[in-house]
Design a protein around this ligand. Structure first.
Ligand code: FVH
Length: 291
């Protein structure tokens, strides 16, 4: 039971790299913390630091009012907590396992006798509970309100509302931003590397340029929402001409041309579909499958 005085009791199911960091953060914040892991040896360090180790998943669930699950994937979650619906009754299950929005909605539909929050962690284990960590949640509003302070132990907590799929959808979209950005950096590092420039010499310029690109994101978001993509900075044709240099430079350096060729192909498709004269945000029509 949660009272104004007693710290919330927390169970962490799954002690992989992330689960260990989550349990550590709850322990440090003074929450009585129970842990369970399929491979019991991974609980030993946490036990030495004060965690209670439950011998079964059912006992782990019964030990706390807030149950946090962080496993490899949704199938593992269903295998592990699926048989323990009765023990979960009246408690809150927070699922921090990565998955799709449909998987989150399916799990929420299964969670009828207890409150369910689906979550996504936008941090690596060592950043958990530091100010730069942020976590996304969606699902039962009253459960988020009730456990917001405890969840903030892990990092900043953002709630997207009742649709349990939204946190996962934001998660994959944000991971796409990360992979696209990192791929572009790695391609650039390979290109300059072919000219004997170290990646660490390129990195400060990449970082400075990324802060300008952040500004483009905000401006283009406003255009996308308005449905109009005026070329306020540069037209798509101007971008396309320069994209061809990136392809030619890559070929000349003997590095992979697939990445820049894909970038070029996206701009060509937008222009062929009639978006000549549009700004870069006009590419949204290609990503929407409408060009
Ligand atoms: N690590 C990270 O930086 C990212 C940050 C963003 C979010 N992810 C997601 O967190 C989930 C767990 O990731 P992880 O890094 O902790 O993963 P592992 O270290 O590989 O640990 C996996 C745990 O899952 C247990 N497990 C797997 N399958 C089963 C199963 N069928 N039944 C019970 N437990 C299972 C595994 O147990 P064991 O192998 O130790 O016995 C680990 O506890 C993940 O969704 C990331 O995308 C992390």
């Amino acid at each position: 039971p949660v009272t104004d005085d007693a710290p919330v009791t927390v169970t962490v199911i799954g002690l992989g790299l992330m689960g260990q960091a989550l349990a550590t953060a709850f322990l440090k914040a003074g929450h009585p913390t129970t842990v369970w892991n399929r491979t019991p040896a991974k609980a030993e360090d946490l036990a030495a630091r004060g965690a209670a180790v439950a011998p079964t998943v059912g006992e782990a669930v019964l030990a706390s009012s807030l149950i946090v699950v962080c496993l490899s994937d949704s199938a593992a979650v269903h295998d592990t907590v699926g048989p323990h619906r009765a023990e979960l009754a009246g408690r809150t299950l927070v699922n921090l396992t990565s998955g799709t929005s449909d998987e989150a909605r399916e799990t929420a539909a299964w969670a009828t006798d207890f409150a369910y929050l689906d979550g996504a962690i936008m941090a690596i284990p060592e950043v958990i509970s530091r100010p730069e960590a942020f976590l996304l949640f969606s699902g039962a509003p009253e459960a988020f309100e009730r456990h917001e302070e405890t969840l903030k132990t892990l990092g900043n907590a953002v709630f997207f509302g009742e649709d349990p799929g939204l946190a996962s959808l934001y998660d994959v979209a944000l991971l796409g931003v990360m992979w696209g950005t990192l791929n572009a950096f790695l391609h650039g590092a390979a290109l300059l590397g072919a000219a004997k420039v170290d990646a660490s010499a390129f990195a400060p310029f990449a970082n400075q340029w990324l802060s300008s690109v952040t500004g483009f994101v905000s401006a283009y978001a406003e255009q996308i929402d308005r449905g109009a993509y005026p070329a306020e900075d540069a037209a798509l044709e101007t971008h396309l001409a320069t994209m061809k240099y990136l392809v030619r430079e890559s070929a000349a350096a003997g590095i992979d041309t697939d990445w820049p060729a894909r970038i070029q192909a996206l701009a060509e498709r937008a222009i062929e579909a009639g978006h000549t004269g549009a700004g870069y945000a006009g590419l949204i029509e290609v990503f929407r499958g409408q060009a």
